[in-house]
Design a protein around this ligand. Structure first.
Ligand code: 8YV
Length: 326
């Protein structure tokens, strides 16, 4: 039966923006998937009714949950990253998946620039220095490093990577990139591997999608290629970087600093990072503005409405068997 003739039932999977969650319940009569011991009983009773799941990159829908929802037709994801949803399993089960691209590219790119400037100029660290009374007691803050004109390497020249590059052009930066495929017509120089790119640049910015295809793309060898004068910025997913290798490189002085918005095991952050002054740590706030989260909510609901009415999604993710760059 075509999806729009089906009797639909929406399921919220994992926590969502409160206003989105309220709308799902009040306007769409959605169920909320319980956690813990009640989950199995809920799925046994309602699993067959569910045709759409609304989730976020934080939670996603894995293969096990898909198998408990035999009539699931779509996973509507709040967020551009959908690495927590098993897209291969979804493709095999003919379940469509949508995300929220474009609307958050500006804010995530702004965050990358903020981290890059902060880690090179040490604004957060010098703010702590001032507040601790050290300016008066010890004198001027030590000199830092110049952002304008730096050579920046971007890993993942998708929508967000491109928005980062556009901003950096305004700082007179030289931009090179590594991507799964060379981007045709790009004004930036393509470099074949993350390690080669790291060896050439002052700052490496990670904007690649998460997931199995990019796990530990930035490993010890890449960090060593970046070297003791190099900086790392990550606004993508913690999984793209070997976090243990990153902590060791920073602790050994084999890397100048890092600006991180994402971590391997959020909200847990390696304790060693908390004591380092050459590291800027953000609690995954890349897209976290009132304006952008509103736009993400609207696009999430537009996908849900489209699926309920036509069986199609507005911004489906490509099923090419591999994660695309963000
Ligand atoms: C959100 C994100 O914080 O879009 C993404 O992939 O990482 C962020 O914009 C996240 O999706 C909210 O769950």
């Amino acid at each position: 039966m075509p999806a729009h003739q089906v009797t639909h039932r929406v399921l919220q999977v994992g926590p969502l923006k409160p206003s989105l969650s309220r709308t799902l319940v009040s306007t769409y009569d959605a169920y909320v998937l319980p956690d813990g011991p009640e989950r199995a009983a809920f799925l046994a009773e309602h699993g067959e009714e569910i045709t759409v799941a609304v989730t976020s990159g934080r939670t996603g829908v894995d293969a096990q949950l898909m198998s408990a929802l035999p009539n699931l037709g779509a996973v509507v994801n709040f967020g551009v990253g959908y690495d927590t949803t098993d897209v291969d399993e979804a493709a095999a089960r003919n379940i469509a998946v949508s995300n929220t691209p474009d609307v958050l590219s500006d804010c995530v790119a702004d965050t990358a620039i903020g981290l890059l400037i902060d880690v090179m100029r040490q604004f957060s660290a010098s703010d702590r220095y001032l507040r601790a009374g050290r300016w008066a007691a010890e004198g001027n803050y030590p000199l830092t490093h110049k952002v304008s004109g730096a050579h920046v390497g971007i890993v993942g020249l998708g929508r967000i990577g491109t928005a980062i590059a556009t901003r950096l052009a305004g700082f007179g930066c030289t931009i090179s990139y590594h991507n799964r495929r060379e981007v045709e017509g790009s004004p930036y120089r393509y470099v074949r591997s993350p390690a080669e790119l790291a060896a050439q640049v002052d700052v490496l910015v990670i904007a690649a999608a998460g997931g199995a295809g990019t796990r530990h793309l930035v490993d010890r060898a890449v960090l060593d290629a970046l070297g003791p004068d190099g900086y790392l910025v990550n606004v993508a997913r913690g999984s793209v970087i070997d976090e243990q290798a990153l902590v060791e490189a920073l602790a050994d002085g084999r890397l100048a600093g890092a600006g991180l918005d994402v971590f391997t095991d959020e909200p847990d952050v390696p304790a060693a990072l908390l004591t380092m002054d050459n590291v800027v740590l953000l609690p995954h706030v890349g897209s976290g503005t009132v304006e952008t989260r509103k736009a993400m909510e609207e696009l999430t609901l537009a996908n849900l409405d489209a699926f309920l009415q036509t069986g199609e999604l507005v911004t489906p993710v490509p099923f090419d068997g591999q994660m695309t760059v963000r």
